[in-house]
Design a protein around this ligand. Structure first.
Ligand SMILES: Nc1ncnc2c1ncn2[C@@H]1O[C@H](COP(=O)(O)OP(=O)(O)O)[C@@H](O)[C@H]1O
Ligand SMILES: [Mg+2]
Length: 260
């Protein structure tokens, strides 16, 4: 399906530029981590963003969920600016619409909390009544392929792939519409990467999610995406329907990435 043609925009990036140094110490030659990014994410699609290390992928991911405020430009979630609004209600609303999953599941989970406690906290933040949290946690864990036995254990008991499943279940606890996946399989053994990618495809279908999948690995992005964008040195140099992109991208750099 061509999502770009028919679906509503859920996430929109308008003229985003980001410098890590503060305005006062920024030198004239300072290179922005992101430079004039314009981007739309359509309801129900998977937008893949590919780029080499240091191209600005994680910076953009963090800006998309409001963890970093860009030096210039703005991000709209469901047509509303997500930055500049700092009330707790706005933050909660944003978290419920858009969740981020990072590369390293080890650092995403609190090592001292049982999986049940982590899940309960997430469900509580989504307003799920206490009496329903346990059953809901079991249901979410089942949807990522984990048995209810995992509830009583702590993160150290699990492999990287299992931890990433737990992180996904927790992200889904708030019933988000959009998941930002920053190198979701990069820290995992090759043998478990495909399992996670296929799980992500299942979850997308099951929950009607919209994804932004970010990776240095064109195979990952090519496998998952309806549209593909290329980041290079902080600029989005190309963004096209996946099929068209994979058949023959416009920019020489993209062709190089594809080995053409
Ligand atoms: N916290 C930070 N402070 C200063 N510079 C940073 C910080 N995080 C990233 N950078 C720089 O910003 C650029 C983009 O980084 P990043 O967004 O992490 O790229 P990617 O995820 O594509 O590897 C790089 O040059 C990186 O060194
Ligand atoms: Mg990164």
């Amino acid at each position: 399906m061509n999502h770009a043609m028919e679906a509503a925009t859920v996430l929109e990036v308008q003229g985003v530029t980001h410098y890590y140094s503060s305005g006062l110490v920024r030198s004239r030659r300072a290179v922005p981590a992101l430079n004039s990014i314009n981007l739309q994410v359509y309801d129900g699609e998977t937008l893949g963003l590919v780029g080499e290390s240091g191209s600005g992928k994680t910076t953009l991911a963090r800006i998309l969920v409001g963890l970093i405020r860009p030096s210039q430009g703005k991000v709209l979630l469901n047509g509303r600016a997500i930055l500049g609004r700092t009330t707790r209600r706005e933050k909660r609303l944003r978290r419920r619409l858009c969740q981020i999953v990072f590369q390293n599941p080890h650092s995403s989970l609190n090592p001292y909390l049982s999986i049940e406690t982590s899940m309960s906290e997430a469900l509580a933040s989504a307003g799920v009544p206490r009496s329903q949290r346990q059953a809901e946690a079991v249901r979410l864990l089942a949807s990522v392929g984990l048995d209810k036995d995992v509830m009583s254990r702590r993160p150290a008991a699990f492999s990287g792939g299992q931890k990433q499943r737990i992180v996904l279940a927790r992200a889904l606890a708030v019933s988000p519409r959009v998941l930002i996946l920053d190198e979701p399989t990069a820290s995992l053994d090759l043998s478990v990467q495909a399992g996670i990618l296929n799980l992500l495809l299942d979850l997308r279908r099951q929950y009607g999610l919209t994804y932004v999948v970010i990776s240095h690995d064109l195979d990952v992005v090519g496998y998952m995406s309806d549209r593909i964008g290329v980041l290079r040195r902080g600029r989005l140099i190309e963004c096209a329907e996946a099929e068209r992109f994979l058949a023959g991208p416009e920019r020489p750099y993209s062709r190089e990435l594809l080995g053409l």
